[in-house]
Write a protein that binds this ligand. Structure first.
Ligand SMILES: [Zn+2]
Length: 424
């Protein structure tokens, strides 16, 4: 039986025009929809949903997909498509990954073969597997998955295409496009899965943020000071903040117009910063509530630099500790609390002395804690503008401080801003 006969049979069963049915059928078959599914889809279009064999399952709304489901059919808009090579069961495999959207939400997907769809396409994806990925459901498109063009464009509130500002990127994003200025580049040799490989790492910036990057397949356009459009990057977490990754599939184009770059880090409330899940470079203003234990004059393992107590490193055992200065301060602005970790150099200026001065004070008092106490007297209760890199882990939010200075804002104005934030 050829398409013509199938169309005739369907048309007479449905009581509709044969030419229309034939055109629909042909276009579905062109997208490799199995014949039975194609016929079923045409029956549904003409309001005859219960007729026939091998009924295709109803599309599930993306908001209703949970990791408890095994296989689903979805009708979606392709938001992003990224390409990446991974090691899978000992073999190198090229996969496509990104996000789909519909009226109810978005979901990430991994396609284990090239179905040929692009950002903006509207698709009916049949028999997609559901798996859990970093705590969220994700669709898996494999050899038993069917992909067909949807009859109508799928509505979605989500942005179509991967163009992104740096501030909006989160770990797990794939297939994103950015326009950035390359601010720092270092070349390194690593022991990769194919032997020694040269990679580039550094910092990129746009008007919204600065982020670290790694180029796993060095592109010659990636050079200090260059402004570039980089297509198809993916985002991973590095030390608690998003990090941009370029692969062999990323394309880099040098832009003739320089990309504008923010002079300062984005200024956020602590609540916003913590909600973002980690930021490479952020400015916050808060009050120091407490200077925690482990501040002041401390000792570090000479092997790994971890803070140690009683000359015992939890990795290297008994070691000869090296003296150092640091501060772990609890910072609060009414919206959230973070631990600000202040290194030796800034601690010296806050304390008003170096390691030798601190040791002398500790010896005189026969108590190391006097150093931390001096720092407490200086900081606790004060309001500070702090810039650094925020990372979130299971123990809380840590801000590795790059700059720390008294806030010169009017306290009343800031209190009002915090109250606005709290009241929403
Ligand atoms: Zn150690």
């Amino acid at each position: 039986m050829d398409v013509d006969n199938h169309a005739e049979e369907l048309a007479s069963a449905l009581g509709v025009d044969k030419q229309e049915v034939k055109e629909d059928l042909e276009s579905l078959l062109q997208y490799s929809v199995p014949l039975d599914e194609a016929k079923q889809s045409i029956r549904r279009k003409h309001g005859d949903g219960d007729g026939g064999d091998a009924a295709q399952p109803e599309s599930v709304a993306l908001s209703e997909i949970t990791t408890g489901l095994n296989n689903v059919t979805v009708t979606v808009r392709v938001l992003t498509v990224g390409t990446r090579t991974i090691q899978y069961q000992g073999e190198e495999q090229t996969i496509r990954e990104g996000r789909f959207g519909d009226e109810t939400g978005t979901i990430s997907y991994t396609a284990w073969q090239d179905f040929g769809f692009e950002a903006g396409d509207s698709l009916v994806v049949g028999n997609a597997g559901v798996r859990e990925w970093e705590g969220n459901p994700e669709l898996n498109l494999g050899s038993s998955t069917s992909v067909a063009m949807a009859e109508e464009p799928v509505e979605t509130a989500a942005q179509i295409g991967g163009d992104s500002d740096l501030i909006d990127l989160s770990p797990g994003d794939r297939g994103r496009n950015i326009e950035v200025q390359i601010q720092e580049v270092d070349s390194r040799t690593i022991d990769g899965r194919n032997g020694e490989t040269e990679i580039l790492s550094g910092v990129v910036a746009d008007e919204t943020a600065r982020l670290p990057f790694t180029d796993w397949n060095p592109h010659p356009e990636v050079d200090v000071g260059a402004s570039c459009r980089i297509e198809d990057v993916y985002v991973r977490e590095y030390r608690g903040s998003p990090s941009i990754n370029l692969s062999e599939f990323s394309s880099v184009t040098t832009l003739s117009e320089p990309v504008a770059v923010a002079d300062s880090a984005p200024r956020l409330t602590l609540g916003e910063a913590v909600d973002s899940g980690g930021l490479f470079d952020v400015e916050v203003v808060g009050n120091v509530l407490e200077v925690r234990d482990g501040s002041g004059l401390i000792e570090r393992c000479p092997e790994c630099g971890r803070a140690i107590q009683n000359d015992q490193c939890r990795v290297h055992g008994a070691v000869d500790g090296e003296d150092d200065l640091r501060i772990k301060a609890i910072l609060d602005d009414g919206t959230a609390t973070v631990t600000a970790i202040i290194g030796a150099e800034l601690t010296e200026s806050i304390y008003g002395g170096d390691v030798a001065d601190a040791k002398e004070a500790a010896r005189d008092a026969m108590d190391k804690e006097v150093v931390a106490d001096t720092i407490r007297d200086e900081l606790v209760g004060g309001s500070y503008r702090v810039r650094g890199s925020l990372s979130i882990d299971e123990y809380g939010a840590n801000l590795t401080v790059e700059a720390f200075e008294p806030a010169d804002d009017e306290p009343a104005e800031r209190a009002a801003a915090v109250l606005r934030e709290v009241r929403g």
